[in-house]
Structure formats: structure tokens, C-alpha cells
Design a protein around this ligand. Structure first.
Ligand SMILES: [Zn+2]
Length: 440
């Protein structure tokens, strides 16, 4: 019918967002490849999906280079592991349990799991503690805490059910606890649908670019404006969304506010990073009150990219969202009003000043009442190194961000060119001048 009789098709295309996406996303992806060096066959690819969370319509899309003339669109067809970008679904499931709040604590130390007795995941960065609150678990993407929460929520089965209702094709999802950490393969469009439900207050969306299609006789042949189905409550959506705000305000998504001297997105926003094993897939999924955006970076044949999602996907998302929404008024998210409290990341109780704290969201009347009883020692000095946890030393090492490393290497190269020693040490004293030759 499309090629023969023809249809009049009305789409939700947002020309400003599409133009910004077409220009910025491939440009920055090429820049990343120049910085990191080409790692695999073909070029580093990127995908971007923009959706209106209230309707679930796709309003702009970038499927990577050559995605149209090969008939393969990575945004809608490429199935890749989601990594930690899938974790918000675990938290959306967890906060549905009676009595569970952002202050609920779960184990964040290596242990065997009830639903996976032989599985002992590790935390990236090698940081462990007996317990952490959920607000910290998501914002700093703690693997064990997230797996502990899924264990508490009943294991992989309820998570698969939730994912199915949100629009994922779960037929190939492994029924394993590793789902909590994003082991399943998903498309960027599926991730956009899930984040839309969190942003729009709990409604599953279709994720179609089409509003309506009408044939020559004026009859409607397709209508994707069907009413949306509620998957979780507005309260659950509000808490999950605000936990995702912490990812940007306190956690792994900070570079979406800008990095490398280029401004990112400054308005109210939520998000989650995702870096899969060996850095083969980098994700940032997130949203503003008006747009949901998903970015993915990787090679078609997966190889190590040489950077994390915090290094590349977070700033790309921020730069891109800034460009796509240029000139639009910023507003706050709608939905259940939340109380924010400064709580201890370890005990979930009100912070006492010695605690490592975080500003966590609570439904009215659910905030913790008591203060943390511990006098925490001051944190050890942070150690950063290019390789993160694998470098020498007995204390956890934080991975040095790509942009910090580049700035450091540039400063070192400039210092070397001037004959200065590294590490900002004072230059050695100049050799004494040779005595002036005696006048003839
Ligand atoms: Zn404390």
C-alpha cells in the first residue's frame, strides 16, 4: 500500500531536535574516535533516540553512519547489552515493595545470592561496604547493592515481567540475576520506552514515530495514538525518577552538565550511565520533563572502546540535549511532590555531619526520622589512575576520567617540551653562569 496506492502519514518528527541530532551526534562521535584512536573494524558508531515521554512518540532519531542505505538502523534494530543503564528498572521494581524507600539499605559486600547461589558479582572500582542505601546504590551504580535489591524483589522473574510490560522483547532475556546489571540485549528504542514510562509517571508507551496514516479514501489505516497503559504508580515513577536525578547531581552522570569546556544540559534532568564488560557498549539514558533521550556508542563488531560511559556517553547526552532543546523554556518534572532529605549513604538515616551524605527523595511521610549514630572517619584521599581498580595499591582506585587524563597528559607534554620535571615540582635551579671571560 505504501509503494502502490500511497498513504498520507503524519509523524511526530521534531525538526529542531532532528537537525540538532543529525549534526551534533556524528560530529562528536568522530571527535571521540580521533581522541581514542580507531579500535575496531569500521568506525565508532553512535545512536540517538529522542522521544516525547507523554505520548511515547519518537520525535528524532540517529541510527549511526550508513544506517539507511544498508536498511539496518542501529537505533531500532541493534541488540546490545544494556549494562548499568538497565538498573533504573530494578529500582522501579524495588520501590514498589512495601516500606522500601530511597533510605532502605541493602548489602553492598560480596556474597552469594538466594536467587543465584553461585553468583558473586563485583563492584566496578572495587568499593564495598556492608550496606548502602538505595539512593547511593543507583547514583554510584553499585552492582552488588542493585543485585541485592533484585534479590529482595523476588529475583529475575518479576524484572522480566516489568520489562515485558514496558515494551522490551524479553524472549531472549536470560532468567538470571545478571539481568539486574544489564546482561540482557536490548535496542536503544526499547531503552527509550522504559525511560519514558519513568518520566511520564508510569505509563508504557508504543515508541512509534507515527501519529496516524490515512489512505486515499480518507480511511484511517494506522493510529498509534492509543491511550497508554499504566505499568506502575505515579508515586513509584516519581521516586525512581528522582533517584535518577541523583545520578546527574551526585553520581556517574555528572558530565552531562558539560565537560571539555563545552556546556551540557543545565535544566532539570534525570539519567543513568551504562558501560558493559570491557567497555564494548557505552550508554546514557535519561530525560527532561519534555524529552527522553538515549545515546549508545560502540563498534558494530564489539571491541573495547577505551573509555567509560561517564567519559563519553554522559557528555554526549548533555551536549546533545542542550542543542536539541535550545530556546525552549525549562520546567520541573510533574507528579507526586517529594521531600528531599540529606541522609547517610551507609545507614540511610539522617546525616550527622560525619556521614558521606546524599540528598534522597521521599514520598510525604516516609523520610527517616532518626539520625545516623556513627562517627564516620574522614574518607581516605582519592586515588585516581587511568586503569581504575586494576592498578597497584591496597586501596580502591577511582578511574581517572578521560578528560582529566587528557588535560594531565597535555600539561605533562608541555612541561616536557619546556624541559620541566613532571608533577608540578619546582624546576631544578639553573646552572650557574660561566664566569665572564676576562676582558682582553
Ligand atoms: Zn552515617
Amino acid at each position: 500500500m505504501v509503494y502502490g496506492a500511497g498513504l498520507e502519514v503524519f509523524t511526530a518528527l521534531d525538526l529542531v531536535a532532528q537537525a540538532a541530532t543529525d549534526k551534533l551526534v556524528p560530529e562528536r562521535t568522530k571527535y571521540f574516535q580521533r581522541v581514542l584512536g580507531k579500535r575496531g573494524e569500521g568506525d565508532l558508531q553512535s545512536v540517538a533516540v529522542v522521544m516525547k515521554p507523554q505520548t511515547g512518540n519518537v520525535v528524532a532519531l540517529w541510527g549511526g553512519e550508513q544506517s539507511t542505505h544498508t536498511d539496518f538502523n542501529r537505533a531500532t534494530q541493534a541488540k546490545r547489552q544494556s549494562g548499568s543503564s538497565f538498573k533504573p528498572l530494578v529500582y522501579a521494581l524495588g520501590v514498589q515493595l512495601p516500606g522500601v524507600t530511597a533510605a532502605t539499605t541493602v548489602s553492598n559486600a560480596p556474597h552469594k545470592f538466594e536467587h543465584a547461589p553461585t553468583w558473586t558479582p563485583r563492584n566496578v572500582g572495587g568499593e564495598y561496604s556492608p550496606s548502602v542505601c538505595l539512593a547511593y546504590g543507583l547514583s554510584w551504580s553499585q552492582n552488588i547493592a542493585t543485585a541485592s535489591l533484585l534479590d529482595m524483589a523476588g529475583g529475575p522473574e518479576p524484572l522480566i515481567q516489568l520489562a515485558t510490560r514496558l515494551g522490551f522483547d524479553t524472549s531472549a532475556f536470560p532468567k538470571e540475576m545478571g539481568l539486574a546489571l544489564g546482561q540482557a540485549e536490548v535496542t536503544p528504542l526499547e531503552m527509550g520506552k522504559a525511560i519514558s514510562a519513568i518520566v511520564n509517571g508510569g505509563f508504557a508507551v508504543v515508541g512509534s514515530p507515527i501519529l496516524v496514516a490515512i489512505d486515499a479514501s480518507g480511511a484511517t489505516r494506522l493510529d498509534d495514538r492509543a491511550p497508554l497503559e499504566r505499568v506502575f504508580t505515579e508515586d513509584v515513577a516519581a521516586v525512581t525518577r528522582d533517584l535518577m536525578r541523583l545520578v546527574i547531581e551526585f553520581g556517574t552522570g555528572g558530565a552531562s552538565r558539560g565537560t571539555g569546556g563545552i556546556a551540557g544540559y543545565a535544566g532539570p534532568a534525570v539519567g543513568k550511565t551504562g558501560t558493559t564488560d570491557d567497555e564494548k557498549d557505552l550508554w546514557f539514558v535519561g530525560g527532561t520533563p519534555d524529552y527522553v533521550g538515549v545515546v549508545w556508542l560502540g563498534y558494530d563488531t564489539p571491541v573495547r572502546i577505551g573509555a567509560s560511559a561517564s567519559d563519553l556517553a554522559s557528555p554526549l547526552w548533555g551536549w546533545w540535549m542542550n542543542a536539541a532543546t535550545k530556546g525552549l523554556p525549562q520546567r520541573e518534572f510533574e507528579g507526586t511532590p517529594l521531600d528531599r532529605r540529606w541522609i547517610c549513604t551507609q545507614t540511610g538515616l539522617l546525616s550527622n555531619g560525619t556521614c558521606r551524605g546524599i540528598s534522597a527523595p521521599f514520598l510525604p511521610g516516609t523520610a527517616p526520622k532518626g539520625g545516623c549514630p556513627h562517627q564516620h572517619p574522614p574518607p581516605p584521599p582519592e586515588v585516581e589512575c587511568p586503569e581504575g581498580e586494576v592498578c597497584e595499591g591496597d586501596q580502591p582506585h577511582k578511574r581517572e576520567s578521560l578528560w582529566k587524563r587528557m588535560a594531565r597528559e597535555k600539561a605533562e607534554a608541555e612541561a616536557a617540551a619546556l624541559g620541566l620535571p613532571p608533577d608540578g615540582q619546582a624546576p631544578p635551579p639553573a646552572p650557574p653562569l660561566a664566569p665572564a671571560p676576562p676582558a682582553p
